[in-house]
Design a protein around this ligand. Sequence first.
Ligand code: IMP
Length: 431
Amino acid sequence: MANVVVVGAQWGDEGKGKIVDWLSERADVIARFQGGHNAGHTLVIDGKVYKLHALPSGVVRGGKLSVIGNGVVLDPWHLIKEIETIRAQGVEITPENLMIAENTPLILPLHGELDRAREEAASAGTKIGTTGRGIGPCYEDKVGRRAIRVADLADKATLEARVDRALQHHNPLRKGLGIEEVDRAGLIELLAEIAKEILPYAAPVWKVLNEKRKAGKRILFEGAQGSLLDIDFGTYPYVTSSNVIAGQAATGVGIGPGSIDYVLGIVKAYTTRVGEGPFPTELLDDDGERLGTRGHEFGTTTGRKRRCGWFDAALVRQTCAISGINGISLTKLDVLDGFETLKICVAYDLDGQRLDYLPTAADEQARCTPIYEEMPGWQESTEGARSWADLPANAIKYVKRVEELIECPVALLSTSPERDDTILVTDPFAD
Ligand code: IMP
């Protein structure tokens, strides 16, 4: 298979960074197609830890082209800082190995300010629990046709006209929220300064990728967040502001949907969520605490404690269908080591009826209670296992049951943050 899309199949933080890094060794191009620096991907390579937010995971591997597609929203000041940090760790980043689509919308300081002001003003129950990075407001400007895009940085007159258009919308909004008006001249100056650093990376990404595809190069599409945070199919409104499902890979870089050969879903062996919103299998007891502690469940971007719960097969079955997932990578199985009994949610009870998916209506979601199946746990350690033979029988049974319930096979099994602690069943890039 030439081109593989990697998507999170839960609420994000499934361990995509490691798997993308693992697959990127086989790829020629690694492309981000949605989201922004709300994402946090941790890579551990030879004991060295790299924390990426806006940069595609491919940058840390030599000889690969990394691409930021138009489906992303880009904070240029953040990106330049991130490039400097990663460079300081010995990684080479140049316009030869990093390209940014010219039609990528820019996150401005006013987007972050609006994001945070709205969250602060929201009453309990209406807060989204965003990362505060301006992601939502920037996507709003994109569809509102008032975004400033990378290409606009190249021409002063265009840039000024775009700023005016954006401020026509933002200044009255800020007034209503009690924030002072934007300093127009200051913003134009800031943009003109950062333009010098960003423009060298600007490229017609759609064209470059189509040429790569024709030349038989392998493209890895790196998703951020998770399918349950998708703007259409997630637990709306407690979602992020982009489509995160596999279909977005094509529109997010400008390539045909027929170019996608394999969709790999990343699935954690239990469930976590950061921020507000429904979470049917959430555990507020010692088991939940234990999952969080053993799994080091703190956000890479915000440091917030993640909510933890049992594996929800009904939800993952749903996201596998929506993204057309061909195989999953099951991560963090070792966090379940030592539990006497494990529970898996197989369906929901809604007013006495069994439902095999999570309904869309908020009131129905709130009334859904999980129907659990129990399985015996295992006491042995699975951490660092590199073959099925290294796994206890009950761990294998758990994995097999997950496959049956989500109606999708396991392609990879990850048993620690180290890239080589991976059991390969099906290589997504294999022909
Ligand atoms: P936003 O993307 O900052 O607008 O946040 C919207 C929701 O998505 C919040 O619940 C965030 O916690 C969540 N979110 C955004 N990015 C990530 C991520 O990379 N991992 C997990 N949750 C995320």
